[in-house]
Ligand binder design. Structure first.
Ligand SMILES: *Cc1c(COP(=O)(O)O)cnc(C)c1O
Length: 496
């Protein structure tokens, strides 16, 4: 029988050797990474996992960790590899990684002060600092598990504010205002629609956008007026800074003007663009964010923090207090201590703030901002490469770091190019050398790079683009696409 190994004072040496061995193995893996993932077939991955009987005789900590390295780490998806270009996953800041190891061993929970003490103080200090960067001079906030959670909480606060404004009391039902609706755009992250449904809101109204996918403030004013005329209650306007696909920022100042005039809660979803808060050169892109009533920032995107790390910020601390619940055993109403659980939808909660703390202390905010700037510069260079490439079409501009493109050499009809988007992505994923995403822009499918690696060079982007072109040509050849101009120029199936 194998006993459960628990980490206690007596086990400090055992902790040291176990974690050191694990870190050593990982460092060796890291040193050897030369592609974002492997080409092991999905059915093989499934079989390897399914073959392990979790009721079989236990193998002990050391063997289990060695097995985990072989099973999982060998097959991991490495977001820091220059070929990883699929989603909003960032390479992580080293001080934050070390702080994460501290969190794993100390295992704090920042729900009540008595469970965290100085941890609560550190989270509050980090939140105050972030709120200040957003321009909230007396703001507040709380760390959450991600942008989706931050958005959900923001809409909850907006709903409660609308309800208490209508009823004059602190509401807990959300049902007190007639036909509550939220205004967003078709480019808004889907967590807004999900949250609206969870919160029992009647609808998310899509406000028309301009040709670059940004909300049109005049259309917002019209949409609010139309909703009011139809007996609906505007609960919130969600502006996105920037959008997940296009990386564009809704015009915050004119949207804030409309919200002020209409008395509607403005939420800015800066899950992606929050790194601009510390950008030495591009902070102005977020001008107007200080007029929001709530802001979502995903530090596990443009602040280079390990998952999870997100924050919901509010301009007025009272907004956060409105949803507090109290339990006699945990956070009684008359508690003298500052309990972060009063501000959170979670109870037990990770102390993710420590990772950003370590990062800021180690390198400073400017270093984070410069890293995000580098990513945005790299995206601009990549846009030029795509635009000048004979086989690719650049689909849309960006203000941040996405690259929307379609492989469409001269002579390839639109419908065939569109039909190749998904197979190209799938072929690249199967190879595991360059990982891209796919989406739909203006009704047509296209492929997408999402850049978040500040150390990737334009040369590496050029190599990735060429690799995509070769894979695309091979994919097209395999389905006998109509590519007269291409047949002579690109050797199908050439390997990187
Ligand atoms: C990524 C993203 C989210 C969701 O954040 P998670 O941390 O993945 O939950 C919300 N909004 C926008 C604009 C995003 O890009």
């Amino acid at each position: 029988m194998t006993a459960l190994e628990i980490l206690t004072t007596a086990d400090a040496d055992r902790y040291r050797t176990t974690v050191t061995a694990t870190v050593d193995r990982l460092a060796d893996r890291l040193a050897a990474v030369d592609r974002p993932t492997t080409d092991t077939a999905p059915h093989e991955l499934r079989a390897r996992v399914a073959d392990i009987d979790l009721d079989a005789e236990a193998i002990g900590t050391d063997r289990a960790l060695a097995e985990l390295d072989d099973l999982f780490v060998r097959e991991a998806v490495w977001f820091h590899d220059p070929g990883y270009l699929a989603h909003l996953n960032c390479p992580v800041a080293l001080p934050a990684v070390a702080a994460e190891a501290v969190l794993a061993a100390v295992n704090p929970s920042v729900d009540t002060w008595d469970q965290s003490r100085i941890g609560t103080e550190i989270e509050r200090h980090v939140v105050d600092w972030l709120a200040g960067r957003a321009g909230f001079t007396a703001g507040d906030g709380v760390f959450t598990s991600g942008g989706s959670q931050s958005n959900l909480q923001a809409l909850l606060l907006a709903r409660e504010a609308a309800t208490s404004a209508a009823t004059g009391s602190v509401a807990t039902t959300g049902g007190a205002v007639p036909h509550p609706v939220v205004f967003a755009t078709a480019e808004t992250h889907f967590s807004i629609a999900k949250s609206a449904r969870l919160l029992g809101l009647e609808a998310v109204i899509d406000v028309p956008t301009d040709t670059t996918g940004r909300m049109r403030p005049a259309a917002l004013a019209e949409a609010i007026a139309a909703a009011r005329a139809a007996g609906r209650t505007p609960v919130a306007v969600v502006a996105t800074a920037g959008t997940t696909d296009r990386g564009v920022i809704d015009p915050l100042e004119p949207i804030a003007d409309v919200c002020d005039l209409e008395g509607v809660w403005l939420h800015v979803d800066a899950a992606y663009g929050c790194g601009l808060l510390v950008s030495p050169t591009r902070r102005h892109l977020l001008d107007g964010i200080e007029r929001a009533r709530s802001v979502t920032a995903d530090l596990h995107k443009s602040f280079f923090q390990p998952v999870s790390s997100s924050v919901l910020l509010v301009r007025d601390p009272d907004d956060l207090r409105r949803t507090a619940w109290h339990a006699d055993y945990l956070n009684p109403e008359d508690a003298a201590e500052p309990n972060q659980v009063d501000k959170s939808l979670q109870t037990t909660r990770r102390f993710d703030a420590l990772k950003l703390w370590a990062t800021l202390r180690a390198s400073g905010a400017d270093a984070v901002g410069r890293a995000f700037d580098a990513v945005i510069d790299l995206a601009a260079a990549t846009h030029t490469m795509v635009a000048e490439h004979p086989e690719f079409d650049l689909v849309a501009p960006t203000q941040l770091s996405t690259v929307l493109f379609r492989w469409q050499p001269a002579g390839l009809p639109d419908d065939e190019a569109d039909a190749l988007v998904a197979p190209i992505r799938a072929a690249l994923l199967a190879e595991g050398r360059v990982l891209v995403a796919k989406t739909v822009i203006d009704g047509r499918p296209c492929n997408k790079f999402t850049l978040l690696n500040p150390e990737t060079t334009p040369e590496q982007m050029r190599a990735s683009l060429d690799h995509v072109a070769r894979t695309a040509a091979a994919t097209a050849a395999a389905v006998n696409a109509t590519i007269p101009a291409l047949a002579a120029t690109t050797p199908a199936g050439a390997a990187r």
